[in-house]
Design a protein around this ligand. Structure first.
Ligand code: SF4
Length: 306
């Protein structure tokens, strides 16, 4: 529970952090664009699982092809998948396309959290980010940076990997976010987390809100455990990498068959293992079942149009 004195302490940090942010804001392409709900939705979909550098490159291209939600909704699935290539995790492209169709059919963007969360691929974070960044709505927005910064500000964290429960973070953010400045506030928290209050090496000695922070200078790295990726590998790569590679090849080549695709991959990646072709065929089957590609009876494959 948030005590009155704690809230008062953290409320004093709010204008200090916003002032610091005015002078130190990170610049990204999406922050410079007119942040309509559509632009925020597209950029947040991209940022869900792709690094900022790649999103900076792909977002303008994508918005040139599909400048409005109507244009995106009217595009074919193949056009959207083609435009998505290079961003990875292609399921997001299908969800974004479906979400655009729903919004276009309703004739307006949802303005309520629950309604936004009803769109395919839109979770609590993406929905609240859309409201905060497009409408400056007074809703809590919590990504990994914000979760870390607010945890440390609120209570003394002993280790750099320690955080408060998500529910507490939402409660705290709702209690202190400055009304009408939700966009600036959440960007400031994100940027502090990325630049100063970093995951492993927080720079407390130069932190603009160190005076108000319960964890300042107290974080130890002792209990850091190395993250080991548990992702299973197939022929040297996780299955998702092969899915991405296969979709990329199909998006550039209209006249492939299962057999020609498999032999292209075998040659390109120098794979002699006889189990590779059945593996490629199983990936193609799941891509077909999930609606990414279509296959004719004769084995011709292409990006799905609908
Ligand atoms: S004082 Fe240290 S722990 Fe606290 S917010 Fe700043 S960088 Fe993070």
């Amino acid at each position: 529970m948030l005590h009155h004195a704690t809230r008062a302490r953290l409320l004093r940090a709010v204008p200090v952090l916003i002032g610091w942010h005015r002078r130190n804001r990170r610049s990204f392409i999406w922050r410079g664009l007119r942040r309509s709900p559509y632009v925020v939705l597209v950029s947040e979909f991209m940022l869900q699982q792709t690094g900022t550098k790649q999103v900076e490159k792909k977002l303008p291209e994508f918005l040139r092809l599909f400048p409005s939600v109507k244009r995106l909704a009217a595009a074919s699935r193949a056009e959207v998948l083609r435009a998505w290539q290079g961003l990875g995790y292609n399921r997001r492209a299908l969800n974004l396309h479906r979400a655009a169709k729903i919004v276009a059919a309703h004739g307006r963007f949802p303005k309520e959290l629950k309604e936004l969360q009803g769109l395919p691929g839109v979770g609590l974070y993406t929905a609240s980010a859309a409201l905060a960044f497009a409408h400056n709505a007074d809703v809590p927005v919590v990504d990994v940076n914000i979760e870390r910064v607010l945890s440390r500000l609120w209570k003394p964290m002993r280790h750099t990997n320690e955080k408060l429960p998500m529910r507490d973070i939402y409660e705290l953010d709702a209690a202190i976010l400055p009304s009408g400045k939700s966009s600036a506030w959440h960007e400031a928290l994100m940027d502090l987390g990325a630049m100063i209050c970093t995951k492993n090496v927080p720079k407390c000695s130069v932190c603009p809100v160190g005076l108000y922070c319960r964890s300042s200078g107290k974080l130890s790295m002792k209990s850091q455990t190395k993250q080991i990726s548990g992702e299973q590998r197939y022929f040297g790569e996780p299955r998702r990498i092969w899915r991405g590679r296969i979709l990329q090849i199909i998006s550039k080549n209209e006249s492939l068959t299962k057999r020609s695709l498999a032999s292209h991959l075998k040659k390109h990646y120098k794979i002699a293992d006889p189990k590779f072709v059945p593996f490629v065929i199983s990936v193609l089957l799941s891509l077909t079942e999930e609606g990414f590609i279509s296959q004719s009876k004769k084995g011709a494959i292409a990006l799905a149009h609908e």
